[in-house]
Design a protein around this ligand. Structure first.
Ligand code: 3HC
Length: 283
């Protein structure tokens, strides 16, 4: 089976980035949203990122046009009917994702692979909502998806070797380095990253150092591209909380308990860049 057409469920920060990346890599892409407003916003974000690359002289206008031309936006799941691979990047809600997988299973051709971009939810639960659990796996991209070099592949106990092999080839065709993890809480990256992130926030909460000094210490002392507080703002404080809570729920390990400050920030709507305020101000 050759993957030619890719479906992406969700055109938010992750889904939009994945759709852009696939189209830039030459795939025909169908990306869906729950309504026209969200779809318009998602497609406009993709256009803006590509336009910036053209302005910087890093992308030819003709290549931008060709990329945009390969992306079809839709609000109907029926448009996934001829996709060889569908990547679900909807909000992190297991019941919703199970519903999406069941629906995709009824619409997509029998050979199609169904993948989820979940950060932390159980993939076998999504696989069992379909009649093709051997063709279900996790394809976990990192934000911003077109730029980050890793694709974390997650296989459940039911995923076939063939599905893993095809997905790995697909990941490489996007220019990613792939790693393979089992369907265990947080896979590799979030299992290791979340305790570090929460510990950085605790240090700030305790007043051990300022936000700038914590970020600079990690950026310059460990050569990270972003400090942990800046990165939390980019990912979203609500996302940090959701992933941490989900991992704590599954592991019962106190290293995944969010600091009180995270709960307070979520309650205050200080969700990071997207709301104009997180650990830093973006207004
Ligand atoms: N979408 C697409 N492209 C983007 C982008 C976005 N949202 N943001 C930045 N870029 C592109 C820029 O256009 C630029 O491309 P170019 O080199 O072709 O001009 C390139 O990325 C570099 O951007 P900038 O020059 O503006 O800025 P930086 O050099 O500081 O890089 C960064 C920005 C790539 C975001 C870098 O700071 C970085 O790698 N930060 C860490 C990101 C990270 O750790 N992500 C993982 C988050 S965890 C996650 O996603 C897991 C989930 O489960 C929670």
């Amino acid at each position: 089976m050759e993957i030619k057409k890719v479906g992406v469920v969700g055109c938010g920060a992750m889904g939009g980035g994945i759709a852009q990346l696939c189209a830039q890599s030459g795939y025909q892409v169908v990306v869906s949203e729950i309504n026209d407003d969200f779809l318009k916003k998602g497609l406009a974000s993709i256009d803006k990122v590509l336009a910036r690359s053209v302005e910087k002289g890093k992308l030819a206008q003709a290549d931008k046009d060709a990329t945009v031309g390969r992306i079809k936006g839709t609000t109907s799941t029926r448009d996934f009917a001829d996709c060889d691979l569908v990547i679900e990047a909807a909000i992190e809600n297991l019941e919703l994702k199970k519903k999406i997988f069941a629906e995709l299973d009824g619409i997509c051709p029998p050979h199609a692979i169904l993948a989820t971009n979940t950060s932390c939810l159980s993939i076998i639960d999504m696989a069992m909502a379909t009649k093709r659990p051997d063709k279900v796996l996790g394809l976990h991209f990192f934000n911003p998806a077109p730029v980050m070099k890793l694709l974390e592949m997650v296989k459940t106990i039911a995923t076939s070797d063939e599905t893993v092999k095809l997905s790995q080839k697909f990941g490489e065709s996007l220019g990613k380095t792939t790693v393979i993890a089992q369907d265990a809480p947080g896979f590799i990256v979030n299992r290791l990253w979340i305790p570090f992130l929460l510990h950085s926030i605790r240090l700030y909460e305790e007043g051990v150092a300022s936000r700038e000094d914590i970020d600079n210490a990690i950026m310059l002392g460990l050569n990270y591209p972003m400090g942990p507080l800046t990165l939390s703002d980019m990912v979203g404080i609500d996302v940090v909380k959701f992933v941490s809570d989900a991992l704590y729920e599954q592991l019962k390990d106190p290293r995944y308990v969010v600091p009180t400050l995270v709960d307070k920030m979520v309650a205050a709507g200080w969700l990071g860049r997207k709301t104009g305020k997180g650990f830093y101000d973006y207004k």
